[in-house]
Design a protein around this ligand. Structure first.
Ligand code: 2IT
Length: 444
């Protein structure tokens, strides 16, 4: 495989799509050796075929705000690869959304979904719509207008969207209602639904829970324990909430959460009602975390990121590239033991390089946060069977899946000195599954 040639050709075709190019380069670099030991992959141009999405839908989303003014947004769905199962992946509503971000997310989703052991291909979608400060009625009208276009391209056996940043239970409900009306079917085409109409127990917590199951295994594999360790989590959304619950349950101490306005430092630990308060904060739609400090008497550090804190574990749980080289240096100087990305591509390539160089336990998003989409897969199974599992059943399956993902990372990521390169392990394991499926099915 000639990585530079592939990258040059991609850059020429998609100039400026930096997040997408970053995600592709990382995967190609880490699978290169394995890839080259399979001449049949090279002959079938698996790498070249895998890095371009199968297709991209872009559509206009006009809607009317509460003042009666017409608003326009752009909507997207990227169907990246369905070699191992129907397209599956979230929808992100955020003003930063563009093709580069959705293509990086869709590309990552292919390998993440392959790692879950469930038959799901990779996809992603969303809009540059900003839910911040919008009323429920505005969000409803936007979601309905969005689905009026999207419904043609999705289906319970072809493409199953879900939530991501800016898309939670409320948005999924509105979109599901519109899909159901247009398609005249109740097949569970979206995951992350409320319990009353086909949702799965544990789905809201699953990304955070799965992340902590994975991090716990990383510690145990290294002969250490997560109990009593201090943790900084970035973000205060759904993912950070689930992570804080499980971390606290495991006996660790979460000392920081954060928002776009800065970070909270709570030396007493963020537990119990403080964790539940995160949901209240989120419901206000103002996207600021500072009210936590006033309510619970904690420290608020404006306009800074939590990675300057001395903690044992750092869990980026907000968005891509939220932990850079400078942050990595601070964490390493402060003796961090483990960095687990619960967000997608939370660390920059320079930060990852430093973690690997210093043999810090580093878990990449596509492994650490796979519990979310895995539980979406379990929601699809329940919908297809027209039944509902108990939370104990779903949680046990989630636990099992995270263990499987961890084992795959160890299998392909262990280096000669015993250090486990989880990034390499996750990329190779995910890639091999998809590549073998593509080989078996011919040139498509
Ligand atoms: O990034 C992700 O894996 C998600 N946003 C969840 C996707 C899903 O289909 O549940």
């Amino acid at each position: 495989m000639n990585i530079e040639k592939i990258m040059q050709s991609l850059e020429a075709k998609h100039p400026g799509e930096n997040e997408y190019l970053q995600a592709v380069r990382e995967v190609l670099m880490t699978i290169e050796k394995e890839y080259n030991s399979h001449p049949e992959f090279e002959k079938a141009k698996i790498a070249e075929r895998l890095v371009e999405p199968d297709r991209i839908f872009t559509f206009k989303v006009p809607w009317v705000d509460d003042r009666g003014d017409v608003q326009l947004n752009l909507g997207y769905r990227i169907q990246f690869n369905n070699a191992i199962g129907p397209y599956k992946g979230g929808l992100r509503f955020h003003p930063s959304v563009n093709l580069s971000i959705l293509k990086f997310l869709g590309f990552e989703q292919i390998f993440k979904n392959a790692l879950t052991t469930l038959p799901m291909g990779g996809a992603k979608g969303g809009s540059d719509f900003n839910p911040k400060g919008k009323s429920d009625a505005e969000v409803m009208r936007f979601c309905q207008a969005f689905m009026l276009e999207l419904w043609r391209y999705i289906g319970p056996e072809t493409d199953i969207p879900a939530g991501d940043i800016g898309v939670g239970g409320r948005e999924i409900g509105f979109m599901y209602g519109m899909y159901r009306k247009l398609a005249r079917e109740n097949t569970g085409v979206l995951t992350g639904k409320n319990m009353e109409f086909g949702g799965s127990l544990i789905r809201p917590e699953a990304t955070g829970f799965g992340g902590l199951y994975f991090v716990k295994q990383m510690f145990e594999t290294a002969g250490m324990y997560i109990k009593d360790k201090t943790i900084a989590i970035s973000g205060f959304g759904n993912v950070a909430w689930g992570a804080a619950i499980k971390a606290t349950e495991m006996g660790a101490k979460v000392v920081s959460i954060s928002g776009p306005d800065g970070y909270i430092y709570d030396e007493n630990g963020i537990s119990g009602e403080k964790i539940e308060y995160m949901l209240e904060l989120r419901a206000t739609c103002n996207d600021i975390v500072s009210p936590y400090a006033e309510k619970f008497g904690a420290v608020f550090v404006p306009n800074r990121r939590p990675w300057e804190l001395k903690v044992d574990i750092a869990l980026p749980s907000a968005t891509q590239n939220e932990l850079n080289e400078e942050d990595a240096k601070h964490l390493i100087e402060n003796g961090v033991l483990c960095v687990g990305e619960i967000s997608n591509m939370g660390c920059t390539p320079e930060a990852i390089e430093l973690f690997l160089k210093h043999k810090i336990m580093y878990g990449p998003g596509k492994a650490v946060n796979a519990g979310g989409v895995a539980t979406s897969g379990l929601e699809m199974s329940q919908n297809a069977m027209h039944l509902s599992w108990t939370s104990t059943e779903v949680d046990a399956k989630l636990h099992q899946i995270m263990s499987e993902i961890h084992s795959q990372c160890v299998k392909y990521g262990r280096e000669s000195d015993g250090y486990i390169n989880y990034m390499k392990g996750a990329n190779i394991a995910g890639f091999l599954k998809v590549a073998k499926a593509m080989m078996a099915q011919g040139v498509l």
